[in-house]
Design a binder for this molecule. Structure first.
Ligand code: GUN
Length: 311
């Protein structure tokens, strides 16, 4: 049996259709559209693509979406000053500083930037204030990837209450907020990481398994309880021919694509998992598009809250 495909791309499209008239209503009432500012520092090919997608999605739903670029030569001080200017901007309701930041900014640069973003414009949900609000179950702007995954699970009718969920990965951006959101939905949650003993056995307990480790194809059939819902957050560009051959059988169209292009985008979940899982998100076309859509939701929400004084 092959797992049901959880089509994040299709859901993202439906949600954007839901958001668009709400954006138009906001603009009609307030005399301006919700505004999103995205800050990009230096040159980073993957970030260029992500930022382009976010700007396009924003403009497609009717936002004002501005790119604020800083050159490679900019300092952390320049970036903090830009964020402070955006905090004061009347036309920007959301601020997103695209990570990663240049290495020269130092290891704590991201935290220093997030400490400066006004929490009520923090549409990434990365500031300590929003993380704290979320942990306490108070209204908050919540990180887009985990909130998109909850939206997908709920809309696909996958029960969470009383179920066992396992999150592999403990990043501040995905793993930790994912675990908390599942907990808020009354799942029994385990967080696994690189030091977890007998990782496959722990994962096999899960009715909902979220893989957010950043290792191509790490989650094999041995990690998956038959019938489980498996969410693949991984976005790995595989350039190694041996690894590509381990992931896809001879004759598979993705292997042919790899041989044509020299790389292929794969998740953290091995394609063989489709043979045992009950439901599975594809890569690409699963979690990625939902992350962008949740950014739109957060920006609309931030705009309404700023104008109406609600949260
Ligand atoms: N870099 C990769 N993903 C993200 C994200 O969701 N937000 C920001 N700000 N940077 C990222």
């Amino acid at each position: 049996m092959s797992a049901r495909v959880l089509d994040g791309q299709a859901l993202a499209g439906r949600m954007q259709q839901e958001i668009t008239p709400q954006v138009a209503a906001f603009a009609a009432r307030r005399g301006r559209p919700p505004g999103l500012a995205i800050v990009l520092v230096g040159q980073h090919p993957a970030s260029e693509v992500y930022v382009r997608n976010k700007l396009k999605a924003g403009r497609d739903v009717g936002f004002r979406a501005d790119l604020e670029r800083l050159p490679d030569t900019a300092s952390l001080g320049d970036l903090l000053a830009l964020v402070e200017r955006l905090n004061e901007s009347d036309v920007h309701d959301g601020i997103l500083v695209q990570a990663p930041l240049p290495k020269a900014f130092g290891p704590d640069a991201a935290a220093r930037v997030f400490d400066v973003i006004a929490p009520d414009k923090d549409v990434d949900g990365f500031t300590a204030v929003n993380v704290g609000r979320m942990v306490q179950g108070r209204p908050a702007l919540v990180a887009c990837t985990p909130s998109g995954i909850i939206e997908l699970l709920v809309r696909e009718g996958i029960p969470l209450e009383g179920r066992r969920a396992c999150v592999v990965g403990r990043s501040d951006i995905v793993g930790k907020p994912m675990a908390l959101l599942l907990l808020q939905r009354h799942a029994t949650v385990t967080i696994c990481h690189s030091k977890t003993a007998d990782l496959p056995a722990v994962c096999r307990e899960a009715d909902i398994l979220v893989a957010a480790i950043g290792r191509a194809g790490l989650v094999t059939k041995a990690f998956v309880k038959p019938g489980a819902a498996v969410i693949d957050v991984g976005m790995n560009q595989v350039t190694d021919a041996g690894l590509a051959a381990q992931l896809f059988p001879e004759g598979h169209p993705r292997l042919a694509k790899f041989r044509e292009r020299g790389s292929v985008l794969v998740g953290d979940v091995h394609p063989e998992v489709a043979e045992v899982a009950g439901a599975l998100t594809p890569v690409p076309g699963g979690v990625g598009p939902l992350t962008v859509t949740m950014l739109m939701m957060n920006t609309l929400r931030a705009a309404r809250a700023r104008m109406d004084g609600t949260r």
